[in-house]
Write a protein that binds this ligand. Structure first.
Ligand SMILES: [Zn+2]
Length: 285
């Protein structure tokens, strides 16, 4: 996300003062009995991560059965998709409009120089397939909007919000609540980044944190590819964790860090009972 979420949240009066730690685990519901076993080739390719304690063959099999929707596959979303493809996710639904521009190339690592002027989604699919031809990719040459969001979210197990426009973010949030899908929220501006994982009925949603678009937001923002990539890699781990049940996701917590100073902080965040998007959901544990 390309705005100062933390500052914006303070500006709208949201209370994020608490540094916390937690051991809460979470994973999306998945019927283990229907999972397709790993092939010998898959066991060979994922050998090094299969030895991660708490992940193993069961985690890898769940990842293979899962579908992730990435909203905008640019500086942040491109690296999320790349890491998920490398890790062996079964299916990616990728939404990104437009043609490759020169100014994409400092951070949008799935775009290449030879693809300038051609559709971004084609470059994205080509690069991901070069890395992992087994991953099923649904390429959508559109950004998230009110016409496609419900359909795309309903086909996913988890959604990842990497869009620069608030209209897209708010629509993705709305549909993730309607369809009860976890949403990994990535935000960055300059050398700062923010990350959290929204779980409907358990944690706040985006509208709880940010009821409306911050007035100071601008479409173009200062960014290094390495900052976008850092939050993308963390977000990809959040996706792997909520699919497999590995570790503790950032649910109910907001990670904020500043790569100018290398300071990392986590803040506790809570649901708003009067949130117009998620306030009606019954509290889940
Ligand atoms: Zn909410």
């Amino acid at each position: 996300m390309h705005f100062k979420l933390h500052h914006a949240m303070l500006r709208v009066g949201y209370n994020v003062p608490t540094l916390i730690s937690s051991t809460t685990t979470y994973s999306i519901p998945m019927n283990s009995g229907n999972l397709e076993p790993l092939s010998d080739e898959e066991r060979a390719i994922y050998e090094w991560q299969l030895s991660v304690p708490g992940f193993g063959v069961v985690g890898q099999t769940k990842l293979k059965a899962a579908t992730a929707l990435v909203s905008r596959v640019g500086g942040v979303g491109g690296l999320v998709a790349y890491q998920l493809a490398a890790a062996g996710i079964g299916r990616l639904i990728l939404a990104h409009a437009g043609n490759v521009k020169s100014s994409d190339l400092n951070r949008q690592l799935l775009m290449t120089y030879d693809w300038l002027g051609k559709p971004r989604i084609e470059s994205i699919i080509r690069r991901l397939k070069e890395l992992n031809p087994r991953v099923e990719i649904v390429g959508v040459p559109e950004n998230i909007n009110v016409d496609n969001a419900s359909r795309l979210v309903s086909q996913s197990d988890v959604v990842i919000d990497c869009a620069p426009l608030f209209e897209e973010r708010f629509e993705l949030n709305r549909q993730s609540i309607v369809h009860r899908k976890p949403m990994v929220e990535c935000a960055m501006y300059d050398l700062e980044a923010h990350l959290t994982t929204f779980i409907p009925g358990v944690t706040p949603c985006l509208a709880c944190l940010l009821p409306e678009k911050p007035p100071t937001w601008t479409r173009q923002f200062p960014v290094f590819g390495a900052v976008a990539g850092s939050v993308a890699c963390l977000a990809a781990m959040e996706v792997i964790k909520v699919i497999s049940g590995l570790g503790t996701p950032l649910s109910g917590r907001l990670l904020r860090y500043d790569l100018r100073t290398m300071e990392f902080h986590r803040f506790g965040i809570s649901r708003k009972s009067d949130c117009p998007i998620c306030g009606h959901l019954e509290e889940r544990k």
